[in-house]
Design a protein around this ligand. Structure first.
Ligand code: GGG
Length: 345
């Protein structure tokens, strides 16, 4: 079997971490008897400076023919505003390919010391990925005057909320049977009350899943105080984005936080990327931790149906971290961590 993979390293440390993950993927593929054919696209803030757009006009159509996308990081705020780079590349890909489920696992890898006393947690955050607060609906008028107004509307559709919650229920059913649905329905009395209602409606179809609704503030506290009580956590685009940085923190840092943007009906490619951004402060120093991207690459193999290769990559990552490699920020260089994973593989 041959899989066509679109590689978008992006900005900053994106190139270092995708190169690392690609070398691990190639070795895993060779061992498991399939091939991965990569095509690299230079779409990034550097591309924007040359062309005035983050990707070409036919970028989405170009990506459509691939089996999956591996992305590094997007953003170089010193030269391109983050709002331009995010809305020019990452968000359009997620929306165009209906990658409505952004899956982000949070657990401690062996040998990694998190900041909490609790170490036995295993949380799967599922972030709604195509609408909500990141819909891009809004505008500004009277710019630069004292009468200036900015409006940004969150869009929650029944179809969008129902499909992400149903995805969450299914994941909970396949794991430990617990779903936490996150809103702020005391303050946001339309969209979030709507989300809570749909949670209750779907719960009747999943009597085997234990469901609880939390406000985002209570969930933030619970992830710190009692993370071991959580299994699957499902949240809107913005809330999921914020909670998963907290998830990254409790699992030892952004260097360990993996993610998959899943298009569940498989009519379009899914995209795999670390949660972290381009980290301009450490770009080009060769010290970025590639583990989040290697873990995301393992999620890609799993999605492609190469489950034993995916498990082998994760076992290799865990063997490397258990021996202390890559567990302390800044201690091991990107290539040393990659070599340790390759050796374990
Ligand atoms: N690794 C992808 C990346 O560059 N993430 C940075 C970021 O700001 N992402 C926003 C988002 O995930 O919505």
């Amino acid at each position: 079997m041959n899989y066509k993979i679109a590689l978008i390293p992006g900005d900053g440390i994106g190139k270092d971490v995708t190169d690392a993950a690609w070398s691990v993927l190639q070795k895993a593929a060779g061992q498991s008897g399939f091939t991965l054919e990569g095509t690299e696209f230079p779409w990034s803030c550097a591309y924007y400076r040359q062309h005035g757009t983050m990707m070409p006009q036919d970028g989405i159509e170009t990506l459509r023919s691939f089996d999956a996308i591996l992305l590094g990081a997007v953003g170089w705020p010193a030269e391109v505003p983050d709002s331009v780079s995010l809305h020019g590349l990452l968000l359009p890909i997620r929306k165009a390919f209906v990658q409505f489920a952004n899956i982000r696992p949070h657990r401690l890898l062996p040998g990694v010391q998190g900041p909490l006393k609790a170490s036995a947690f295993d949380i799967l955050c599922i972030r709604e990925n195509t609408e909500g607060e990141y819909s891009g609906a809004g505008g500004r008028v009277h710019q630069g005057t004292k009468d200036e107004v900015a409006v940004e509307t969150s869009i929650f559709t029944r179809a969008g909320v129902e499909r992400i919650l149903r995805f969450g229920f299914e994941q909970a059913r396949a794991r430990r049977g617990k779903l936490a649905s996150v809103t702020k329905s005391n303050a946001q009395k339309y969209s979030m009350v709507f989300w809570d209602e749909i949670t209750r409606q779907l719960a009747t179809e999943y009597p085997d899943v234990e469901v609880a609704s939390y406000h985002i503030d209570a969930m933030a506290a619970r992830m710190v105080m009692a993370p071991e009580t959580l299994d699957v956590v499902v949240a809107s685009n913005l809330f999921g984005d914020i909670l998963t940085d907290l998830g990254a923190a409790i699992q030892g840092g952004l260097g360990f936080a993996a993610s998959a943007n899943i298009s569940p009906d498989r009519t379009s490619p899914s995209m795999f990327e670390p949660v972290h951004g381009s980290a301009p402060d450490i770009a080009h120093l060769g010290i970025a931790n590639p583990i989040a991207t290697i873990w995301s690459a393992a999620m890609m193999l799993d999605h492609l149906g190469e489950t034993s290769a995916a498990a082998a990559v994760m076992a290799a990552v865990e063997q490397a971290t258990a021996s202390g490699i890559g567990t302390t920020p800044g201690k091991d260089r990107t290539d040393a961590i990659t070599s340790a994973v390759l050796a374990a593989l």
